[in-house]
Design a protein around this ligand. Structure first.
Ligand SMILES: Nc1ncnc2c1ncn2[C@@H]1O[C@H](COP(=O)(O)OP(=O)(O)OP(=O)(O)O)[C@@H](O)[C@H]1O
Ligand SMILES: [Mg+2]
Length: 246
């Protein structure tokens, strides 16, 4: 099966600090990939490079046949195909929910406002938030805001969704509702790459778990083999540490 996203020998440095080293990775269409690894290992950086928020120094990231690194002049058009949601939801505080969701489709994709609003309402309905359409972000719970942030990314009809620790800033009782939306997106065949510290969720949802160690992919595999039988000592140590922390 051909990959939707392909990383080939990707290197990224901040000054002298090499943060991604020789990343080679295939992301098949309709798959869920979970990025795990210790704090500072490069998960967010890999996602930010994929979303063209950062430039890589060497190598290529392909979205189908398009080399992202060579296409910075079309960054807006490409970014529209690569949705990203962050730990802090970053909704625009002065806009209501519908405005938040329709801004980019209207401004970046040039959609008619009425079409964008229709789709926003469809998405809100599907994810049980239609009654919040006219609310402002500060009147919503953290979990609701994060679900709106995910819907806002989906409104651009991206080909892949990048999720960077989208449940980490939430109170525990709100984590489940955001996970449920991700589970539903998987059932709708959305291709997703998700950085997470939640191993239980990764083992439940991932088709492939990728362990980053000091900027390199040390090991990857289906959750059953990855968690059941990790191959590297450093992977085992990491898993032991996070399991003990729970
Ligand atoms: N804008 C930046 N300028 C300089 N260094 C950076 C920048 N962003 C990240 N780094 C460095 O890159 C490395 C990887 O950081 P990154 O945020 O990708 O890690 P992470 O795996 O997402 O960690 P966490 O689990 O804590 O979110 C770290 O050493 C970090 O200090
Ligand atoms: Mg991070």
């Amino acid at each position: 099966m051909s990959a939707l996203l392909r990383y080939e020998s990707v290197y990224k440095a901040y000054g002298p600090n090499l943060v991604l080293q020789n990343i080679n990775l295939d992301i098949p269409e309709h798959s869920v990939t979970c990025l795990i690894g210790a704090s500072g290992c490069g998960k967010s950086t890999l996602l930010r490079c994929t979303n063209l928020l950062e430039e890589i120094q060497h190598g290529s990231i392909y979205l189908r046949e398009t080399d992202l690194a060579a296409s910075h002049k079309d960054a807006d058009a490409l970014r529209a195909k690569i949705g990203m949601v962050f730990q802090s939801y970053n909704l625009f505080p002065h806009m209501n929910v519908i405005k938040n969701i329709t801004l980019a489709p209207v401004r970046v994709r040039g959609e008619r406002r009425s079409d964008a609003e229709d789709r926003a309402r469809d998405l809100l309905q599907r994810f049980g938030l239609l009654d919040k359409a006219l609310e402002f972000p500060d009147r919503l719970s953290g979990g609701q805001q994060q679900r709106i942030a995910i819907i806002r990314a989906l409104a651009m009809q991206p080909e892949v969704l990048l999720l960077d620790e989208v449940t980490s800033a939430l109170d525990p009782e709100m984590v489940g509702e955001v996970m449920d939306i991700i589970i539903e997106l998987k059932s709708l065949n959305m291709t997703m790459i998700m950085a997470t510290h939640q191993m239980g969720f990764a083992s439940q949802i991932a088709d492939n778990v990728v362990f980053l160690d000091r900027g390199a992919v040390l090991e990857q595999g289906h959750p059953s083999s990855f968690f059941g039988n990790p191959q590297h000592e450093r992977t085992r140590q990491f898993l032991e540490r996070v399991t003990m922390a729970i």
